[in-house]
Design a protein around this ligand. Structure first.
Ligand code: ADP
Ligand code: MG
Length: 301
């Protein structure tokens, strides 16, 4: 198959692994710099131009769209979709996952376990909002943060009030969340492909830190997850409409709670920690699910 990887750089670990695994399986794999794609949407034959050329003949596209370019990246991906190219994750799925609040609303509708979460617009409502999530300590999050940046633990009600007020003053979109103390600085990253968790790791925060992100000094180890955790992770990816997802789960006294669902989960940590060839498993999914262009109806609807 001819497969495009939408990525800013071919030197990134995940991108490199996807090229390597795809070529090993006999595919023609091209890395396309998302921001160098430009599009004509006014014609009846949607197309994408790239460095002066028309991108044609692709069977599938693997989006690796960084959080800072979500808007443009999902527009490029949508154009591939309009051309009938199979997206590993759809532009809609990615847009949903990039907004933590929207994600939690979708997950709650499917009855998936979540930390109690609230959001408000006006400073006048802060006191009651804090009550709603059970008081301090609590976690305050920017809706579009990543890598642990924009996630704050407020240990007291006073601290929570000031931090929320400060964020609101800056017009930042935030949510307020119950702090799951019993997870003790650890979370579980479940790597979902299709309807399976193909690899899982436990991430433990560094000393004096509650955020387990590897970018914040967390360390990862292999872990065996429970059937309930497995079921929760797969259901979460499905609720978001994602074929491939990194579902982050907190182990709480009332069972697994989904904290977030990542639509472009990195391969480095999970492959190095578990020794699994996750990149090849992603291609297995594409091979099963993407129809080659030649057998497809060429009309675009
Ligand atoms: P990001 O998108 O920046 O990674 P997360 O929502 O995943 O933001 O939060 C970062 C980290 O903070 C998590 O991996 C987890 O270790 C910790 N954390 C986040 N929310 C909670 C919570 N409600 N209770 C306990 N720990 C949390
Ligand atoms: Mg996270």
């Amino acid at each position: 198959m001819k497969i495009a990887i939408l990525s800013r750089k071919s030197s990134l670990y995940s991108t490199r692994r996807l090229v390597e695994a795809g070529e090993q399986r006999g595919h023609e794999v091209k890395v396309i710099d998302t921001l160098r794609c430009y599009m004509n949407i006014a014609t009846d034959q949607p197309s994408i131009h790239y460095r002066g050329q028309d991108l044609t003949g692709y069977d599938a596209v693997i989006p690796r769209i960084g959080a800072s370019i979500t808007f443009y990246g999902t527009a490029v991906l949508r154009q591939f979709e309009m051309m009938g190219v199979f997206p590993l994750n759809s532009s809609n799925g990615i847009s949903r996952a990039r907004d933590k609040l929207r994600s939690l609303q979708l997950l709650s509708r499917k009855g998936i376990g979540l930390p109690v979460t609230g959001f408000a617009h006006r400073p006048d409502d802060i006191k009651d909002l804090i009550n709603m999530v059970g008081g301090a300590p609590l976690v305050i999050k920017l809706l579009e943060g990543t890598q642990g940046i924009g996630v704050v633990l407020a240990e007291t009600r006073k601290a929570a009030e000031s931090v929320i007020e400060a964020f609101m003053g800056l017009k930042a979109n935030i949510m307020v969340q119950e702090f799951i103390k019993e997870s003790a600085g650890a979370d579980i990253r479940c790597f979902v492909v299709g309807d399976k968790v193909v690899a899982a790791m436990k991430r433990q925060a560094a000393d004096d830190e509650f955020r387990s992100n590897l970018h914040r000094g967390g360390s990862a180890t292999m872990i065996k997850i429970s059937p309930e955790e497995r079921k929760t992770a797969v259901a979460a990816a499905k609720a978001m409409g994602l074929n491939v997802a990194g579902v982050d789960i907190l182990r709480s006294n009332r069972g697994p709670l989904v904290m977030e669902v990542n639509s472009s989960p990195g391969l480095k940590g999970i492959e190095e920690t578990t020794g699994k060839d996750v990149a090849s498993l992603i291609y297995e999914f594409i091979e099963k699910n993407a129809k080659p262009v030649s057998t497809r109806d060429s009309t675009v609807g």
